[in-house]
Design a protein around this ligand. Structure first.
Ligand SMILES: [Zn+2]
Length: 654
């Protein structure tokens, strides 16, 4: 479906429109005549345009009204997109005739791409390609705008939005080949976006009785399809874009053109260059790798991949001369830009992308599992980041997953369920299985050969060694390591899941602080303060108010605003207390003309405030706190008691 949001973000993702939209626009008459001469080619052209079929149709409308307005380019030139030859094109290997636009007679020859047949030349020397079939023109257009980043030395690589792209495709200062108008007068961008909007509207109005579900609907992961040179089985679907930047065949130092040997091996590298992403590495190779005799098939980072050598050809990457690394390998360089490596998410994504491409390609090439590393072919720590960080196993797991997925897709089957083994799972041997002292086959002693059906419990993490995945297990023959399988075939099967993890035990409830029942204060207030006083007894302050030192824990029975310590016109302070809050009260003041109040420590701070006695109940009568002794001095008593009460409050706080 036409993706209008990509117009401003990435013109390469504007996407497909339907074949119905194509046939509608090619059959609809216009001011320039009836149905387009392209109509009989609609299906072939639409197929060639692939995921760019919306942009392709929109551009053809602008270029010459679907081949209806040609002056220099005639419909029989098969060039409805007005493509010009690129004289330095490394793919221009076919000699074609250049004809005069007026006489249509041959004037000379020119090297053109293999699916073009020649060119047509105007009196000013400007040339346009000719094709036997407009579908071949679409193929060349697609190569230029999206598939071949090396086209004109990467002229479109910097372009993101449709506007960026069109400024390169049809520069404002240039003259339009068909209308003869300056490009800025053609409102190229406006015409193309208007067309795209119409396509999207038409797709939305589609009320055909049997709409086919879009296979990608509901799938958050976009699918990219790439025809990879040398790869059997048609376009490869990947979750990230894979672009072609095929090293020209004449660069024999990098691309010797030797057919790879079978069985194929999947070889993973890292660039060891902390300053480059995949595009720069692929571009470096495309341009000859600085004269080094070096090459590799793929370059991948966390966002995209590049193909530089056809996968059925030898690339110089493994450092083992004519050994299996170079001659049997299909090789991928993983970019390790510091911004990727230092970000665990990006690093994992980049490794996963490499594993996806290599696993899927490995399946297509029938490569022998497991995934190999450069280090398997020579004494070199490559891929170093993956190896040093202990992330090789993760890569191998991903590789295997994608390998299986692609194999299943090739067989027309749904992707197999990937068994996942956890520590604690019980497994069973499906074949006689060597139980070894450690992971590995080399000099590792065999403890026993487990008969088919032997059960074992996984008791540690997976390890990768000597080309096999190993699980540490407990068996009745002893503890050791078993290999999981080979070539995508498992030698073990899970028979019982690990015991369900024990739920966290409920924490023991904190014991309620053991408060001593408080003695009634009303009576105390009214009658016999002295009797229950724990300190100095009733004191009369300067204003003639009586108060006692009680050092009690009180609880608020209703929401309460505390007031300043000042006795005269106290103002509210801080947050109110809520019903249920507790506080330490040091003094109870018996007022003579208003309600009695407590002096309490506000919010646990060392700030005294007053609260109405009537809004509280006493929780604890401080003098009866266990083990509490009162000193001689009131000053000392206050701090001792307050601290003791704070402890009580802290303990009871939830
Ligand atoms: Zn390497």
């Amino acid at each position: 479906m036409t993706n209008l949001s990509a117009v401003t973000s990435d013109y390469r993702r504007i996407g497909r429109t339907t074949l119905d939209v194509w046939t509608h626009y090619l059959s609809e008459p216009s001011a320039n005549g009836g149905a387009s001469p392209l109509l009989p080619h609609a299906t072939a052209m639409w197929t060639e345009a692939g995921e760019h079929s919306a942009l392709c149709l929109a551009q053809m409308k602008l270029e010459n009204d679907f081949a209806r307005t040609g002056i220099i380019i005639q419909p029989e030139d098969g060039n409805p997109l007005s493509l010009r030859p690129w004289i330095e094109d490394p793919r221009a290997v076919r000699t074609g005739d250049v004809i005069d636009w007026k006489t249509r007679k041959r004037v000379r020859t020119l090297k053109v791409p293999p699916y073009a047949v020649g060119a047509v030349i105007a009196s000013d020397g400007g040339m346009f390609l000719r094709f036997d079939d407009p579908a071949m023109c679409v193929r060349e257009w697609r190569r230029r705008i999206a598939d071949d980043p090396g086209y004109k030395h990467g002229v479109y690589l910097p372009a993101k939005s449709l506007r960026d792209f069109l400024n390169i495709y049809a520069p404002p200062g240039d003259t339009h080949p068909v209308t003869g108008l300056p490009n800025e007068n053609t409102k190229y961008y406006e015409v193309v976006t208007t067309m795209l909007e119409r396509f999207a509207a038409m797709e939305a109005d589609d009320t055909s009785p049997d709409p086919q579900p879009d296979p990608q609907e509901g799938n958050d992961m976009p699918t990219y399809r790439t025809v990879i040179p040398g790869l059997p089985g048609g376009p490869l679907e990947t979750s990230f874009p894979v672009k072609l930047m095929i090293v020209p065949a004449w660069r024999t130092n990098n691309r010797p053109g030797i057919k790879a040997r079978t069985p194929r091996l999947s070889v993973q590298h890292e660039t060891a260059n902390s300053g480059t992403y995949a595009a720069a590495e692929a571009n470096y190779l495309y341009n000859g790798a600085g004269g080094r005799q070096a090459s590799w098939h793929f370059t991948v980072d966390d966002r995209e991949g590049y193909v530089t050598i056809p996968v059925d050809e030898v690339a110089w990457q493994a450092g083992d001369g004519s050994g299996p690394g170079n001659y049997n390998g299909v090789a991928c360089e993983l970019a390790v830009h510091r911004d990727i490596v230092n970000n665990p998410t990006r690093r994992a994504q980049s490794q996963k992308n490499a594993a996806e491409l290599m696993g899927k390609v490995g399946a297509r090439l029938n490569a022998t599992p497991p995934a190999r590393q450069h280090a398997n072919f020579m004494n070199k720590n490559c891929p170093a980041q993956m190896r040093n960080r202990g992330e090789s196993n993760r890569y191998v797991d991903w590789w295997h997953h994608f390998y299986q997925m692609e194999k299943a897709a090739m067989d027309g089957k749904p992707a197999p369920e990937q068994p996942v083994f956890y520590i604690g799972d019980t497994i069973k041997a499906l074949v006689p299985l060597n139980l070894r002292q450690r992971a590995g086959t080399g000099n590792v002693p065999v403890i026993a050969t487990l008969p088919v059906g032997t059960q074992a419990v996984i008791n540690g993490p997976f390890e990768w060694k000597d080309g096999y995945g190993w699980l540490p297990v407990e068996t009745s023959y002893g503890n050791g390591f078993v290999a999981m399988g080979e070539n995508g075939v498992l030698w073990i099967e899970k028979v019982k899941d690990r015991p369900a993890p024990q739920p966290e035990p409920e924490p023991e409830p904190e014991p309620e602080p053991q408060y001593v029942p408080a003695r009634p204060i009303p009576a105390l207030l009214e009658t016999d303060l002295k009797k229950y006083d724990t300190a100095e007894g009733i004191t009369t302050d300067d204003l003639g108010q009586d108060f006692i030192f009680v050092a009690d824990v009180i609880e608020f029975t209703k929401d309460t605003v505390a007031a300043q310590f000042a006795v005269k016109n106290p103002k509210p302070v801080k947050a109110p207390y809520h019903a249920g809050d507790r506080a330490i009260a040091a003094w109870l003041v018996k007022s003579q003309d208003t309600d009695s109040w407590w002096y309490v420590l506000a919010g646990g701070d060392d700030e005294w405030v007053r609260v109405p006695y009537a809004n509280t109940k006493r929780v604890s009568d401080a003098p009866l706190l266990p083990g509490q002794e009162w000193g001689e001095s009131e000053e000392a008593d206050v701090s001792d008691v307050i601290n003791a009460l704070k402890d009580v409050l802290d303990d009871s706080a939830q």
